[in-house]
Design a protein around this ligand. Structure first.
Ligand SMILES: O=C(O)CCC(=O)C(=O)O
Length: 189
């Protein structure tokens, strides 16, 4: 556990990190809800990633570069939506997408920015910790020293808005143990 390190990390404007955002009981409840959910392998540009996902609400197609409306966000996630919405001082209806991601040991998410139509991003981590990384999007500014790397603990919440969304990329290093995340996204108005 390295809360101190994470708190003292200087994050880009628009990024915030909140350890112990949910209780152990809430984590168990969410893991049970995920266990009832059908996940499928994430495919990007014909390449099958190791991680599995399920998306509800609006989904972004990387292939077509369009947003489409899928299945409604299941009611079992209502209490989480309310808690995160309260934290952001928005209504829970503002969340346009809920994405569940399962990371088997050794899996990653590579450097990226989230799809352009989305605005605020909220990430809740479940089951295990991971190493989260941020680096500038601008290639000229990318070098080893520009990477911000820090632990993101299970039951924590991170928020990405503003410059952290527009000018920074994020990635997750290979996870040591199975990890789940729930990503909530609002849409740009
Ligand atoms: O698992 C996470 O916390 C990150 C998810 C993510 O970056 C994404 O789905 O774009």
């Amino acid at each position: 556990m390295n809360t101190l390190f994470a708190i003292e990390t200087i994050f880009p404007e628009g990024f915030s990190y909140h350890p112990d955002f949910i209780t152990k009981e809430e984590e168990q409840y969410l893991l049970q809800a995920i266990a009832q959910t059908q996940l499928h392998t994430f495919v990007f540009q014909g390449y099958e990633a190791k991680r599995k996902v399920a998306s509800f609400g609006y989904d972004w197609s990387f292939k077509k570069r369009t947003l489409s409306k899928g299945k409604a966000i299941p009611a079992v996630f209502d209490s989480l939506l309310k808690k995160v919405a309260h934290h952001l001082s928005i209504s829970k209806e503002a969340f346009a997408e809920l994405l569940i991601t399962e990371y088997p040991p050794g899996s990653v998410i590579n450097w990226h920015r989230d799809a352009p139509p989305f605005d605020s991003i909220a990430g809740i981590s479940l089951l295990s910790d991971c190493t989260f990384k941020l680096r500038p999007h601008d290639k000229i500014k990318q070098n080893r020293n520009a990477i911000i790397s820090f632990p993101v603990q299970q039951r924590s919440l991170y928020i990405m808005q503003g410059l952290a969304r527009s000018d920074w990329q994020h990635s997750i290093a290979p996870v040591k143990q199975k990890r789940y995340s729930i990503t909530l996204r609002t849409l740009k108005l």
